[in-house]
Design a protein around this ligand. Structure first.
Ligand code: HEM
Length: 686
């Protein structure tokens, strides 16, 4: 055969193959935002390069797509669609529910870990599990959940551990503590079993490690570019697959022990006083041990990793937004010490702040289905049978189209309305939810999370328990941002080391009164910072500071102070218009915020009014005439820099003095100078 004949035959073979392999390229999804794709290998190079930050990378791709949808082409025509478009989300999760399933490929991939549990199953088996489980989430069960299980875990385990850490000034991994808390909770409520992982000596959490390994390796299987590799490793029982096998076997052993215990209990006492989820399944005629084991594992996954992830990021955000923390504390202090079910339900601002936190850090950042037949999404993306279509709560929570220009700010107010707005007329906040297709943090449609209400009740009770007594302070240096990672559910990479500091109410009276002056000063500095922030914003918009020539610092401070004061108003008298005004002042990318001032070193350590006078003088300086516009701009900028540097120095000095005072006060209390008071304090809180 001549070379020409050989080439001709090859092209006869390759051309159809090429068209077959690239047939998905004809999808009408916007191509500009899709990463560069090549025949056969698709975008594998980019996917591989971003494998350690898939969530963030795909979120960026979605943000830059005009329809908020991207198609990721992988090896050999394995295309996956990722969407942040609410219309598409509604389409796959509700309108065409029957055409999008977990799918057999995903089921097979996750089978070793989740078996036939509710997260990994479709059809009748899913319906049955959902139906039986749903009894566990009715109002009566939830009321019992808050008033017995959660309360006990908070007051008898969580608080004592945090109190000891606060007294000894030890650093705790809050992520680990919250996972232990959630694990004890879910086992107690779902299986009537107390694993007692949240104990003062923090027992070796071998189970947690095992569970994390199983979840991580399983989600790596789903994400991998080379699925055949895990299959070979599994066959040979080597590497990560060997570990997965061991982990799954340990998990199953754990679940089987719980089931054995429960069966014995049921045999001894056929009518139990309290009916938990496991008893329900065992009494429903399903005695197949593997099936019940799968259910136990799925519920541990649902209950342990979601609320703990949500709360970990929540406490991080609060540490960066003290004024919001104060507003939450105000709401909490309105309720009783151990808020009962109705009070927890009524914690509207706390509820809004949790929704806002999960908007930015969703516990399940990406989730998906598989198309059972060819389809076209509402935005025109062509879907082929067997294609994986994922929705992306992480990207959606950061989409300007859905949340506006201030989407990166942590603002619980966006979920709230005040009296006089037609929604509530008792002067309180009322919660305004978003449609679940724009905010699919709990999924949406027929498979919406069953534990949503339970999760909120639990999280609000934990927040109330902790914030009433402590301030959670990240142990990492200021400015160090934790890293968001995700293996099925999200995590903070490396944990969340914190120092628990007693809240002011919990401190002995002498320390409290000395510290209140520092708090006032801190508030004043924050207000000044808001003013500077607004000035910088104006500088960016107008190339100068138009207001400075006509107004003086006091007016600005008063204005800034009003906004900050609004959030501190105990009577809750802030109006919707005022809130709106505050919003607009914060819109756009603010180059300076309270937590991210550039360090200019220490300047004045003097506090209060002196500083106002000095700044006043600086402002007058720039209103002197005779300068060119360019010179004006330069002077404006110098003035702003000086202000920032000065405020920064004052904040550092303040923190230093405050720490010194706390240290000194605690030391003198410990050395007995104020023995009786400290004794009482220890007695009550430790
Ligand atoms: C902040 C906390 C939580 C979040 C963000 C959350 C989120 C989700 C999401 C995204 C799904 C869909 C998963 C999928 O099908 O792929 C889901 C399903 C589910 N969740 Fe939650 N969840 C939370 C807490 C809980 C809790 C505490 C429970 C209680 C045990 C729970 C029980 C379930 C169950 C049983 C399903 C399966 C529903 C079904 O497939 O019909 N969740 N959740």
């Amino acid at each position: 055969m001549s070379i020409i004949e050989l080439l001709a035959s090859l092209s006869l073979l390759l051309v159809p193959l090429f068209f077959y392999l690239t047939r998905n390229s004809r999808s009408r999804a916007p191509s500009k935002s899709n990463p560069k794709s090549y025949p056969l290998i698709g975008s594998s190079v980019a996917i591989f390069a971003n494998r350690n930050r898939t969530t963030q990378w795909t979120s960026d791709l979605i943000q830059s797509s005009p329809t908020a949808t991207v198609v990721l082409r992988r090896l050999l025509n394995d295309s996956r669609v990722l969407t942040g478009n609410p219309a598409n989300v509604q389409h796959i999760l509700k309108t065409k529910f029957c055409d999008y399933e977990k799918g057999s490929k995903t089921r097979q991939t996750l089978f070793d870990f989740l078996g036939n549990g509710i997260f990994n199953i479709d059809g009748d088996s899913w319906k049955f599990q959902r139906q039986v489980s749903s009894h566990e989430f009715n109002t009566k069960s939830l009321r019992k959940f808050v008033e017995t299980v959660v309360d006990t875990e908070v007051s008898q385990r969580l608080i004592p551990i945090l109190s000891t850490a606060a007294a000894n000034k030890t650093v705790l991994d809050l992520q680990d503590i919250l996972q232990r808390f959630a694990f004890d909770n879910i086992c107690k409520i779902a299986f009537g079993h107390d694993p007692a992982y949240l104990l003062p000596d923090l027992p070796e959490a071998e189970f947690a490690k095992t569970f994390d390994d199983a979840a991580k390796i399983s989600s790596e299987r789903v994400a991998t570019l080379f699925p055949f590799l895990w299959k070979i490793k599994r066959f040979l029982n080597i590497g990560s697959e060997k570990r997965l096998k061991e982990a799954c076997s340990d998990l199953r052993e754990f679940a089987r022990n719980i089931i054995k215990e429960k069966k014995q209990e049921l045999n001894n006492k056929p009518s139990l006083e309290t009916v938990d989820l496991l008893s329900r399944f065992l009494s429903s005629g399903h005695s197949d041990e593997d099936f019940v084991t799968d259910i136990v594992i799925s519920f541990i996954l649902a209950g342990r990793d979601t609320t703990s992830a949500a709360l970990t990021w929540y406490f991080w955000l609060l540490s960066q937004n003290p004024e919001i923390e104060m507003e939450i504390l105000r709401e909490i202090k309105d309720k009783s010490e151990s808020p009962v079910y109705d009070e927890v339900k009524d914690m509207v601002y706390t509820h809004a702040s949790l929704c806002e936190s999960m908007r930015l850090y969703p516990p399940v950042p990406i989730d998906g289905k598989v198309a059972l037949r060819d389809d076209v999404l509402p935005d025109g993306t062509v879907i082929n049978k067997g294609m994986r279509v994922s929705y992306h709560p992480y990207a959606m929570g950061r989409a300007e189209m859905l949340w506006g220009q201030d989407r990166e700010e942590f603002k619980p107010d966006r979920w709230l309305q005040r009296a006089g707005d037609g929604v509530s007329n008792d002067g309180k906040w009322s919660f305004v939810g978003r449609d679940p297709y724009s905010y699919p943090v709990f999924q949406a449609g027929p498979r919406i999370c069953l534990g949503k209400d339970m999760a909120f009740l639990q999280m609000k009770r934990v927040v109330a328990g902790i914030l009433r007594r402590f301030k959670v302070v990240p142990a990492a240096e200021d400015g160090v941002e934790p890293v968001f990672v995700s293996f099925a559910t999200s995590k903070m990479e490396g944990g969340f080391p914190v120092r628990e500091v007693l809240s002011d109410d919990e401190k002995p009276a002498c320390v409290k009164s000395s510290l209140s002056g520092y708090e006032d000063e801190k508030l004043l500095i924050s207000q000044h910072l808001k003013v500077v922030e607004r000035k910088l914003h104006q500088f960016a918009s107008h190339g100068g500071l138009p207001f400075m020539a006509n107004s003086d610092y006091s007016e600005e401070a008063a204005h800034g102070g009003l906004n900050a004061g609004e959030s501190l108003d105990h009577e809750g008298s802030q109006t919707a218009e005022q809130t709106g005004e505050d919003d607009s002042s914060m819109q756009g990318d603010s180059p300076v915020s309270n937590g991210s001032l550039p360090a200019h070193g220490m300047s004045s350590a003097s506090f209060g009014k002196h500083h106002v006078v000095a700044t006043n003088e600086s402002n007058h300086l720039i209103s002197y005439g005779g300068k060119s516009s360019k010179q004006h701009k330069e002077i404006d900028l110098v003035v702003l820099e000086n202000e920032i540097s000065d405020l920064n120095g004052r904040m550092e000095a303040l923190e230093f003095d405050r720490n010194f005072l706390e240290e000194h006060a605690f030391n003198s209390l410990q050395s007995g100078k104020e023995g009786p008071q400290f004794g009482a304090f220890i007695y009550i809180y430790i």
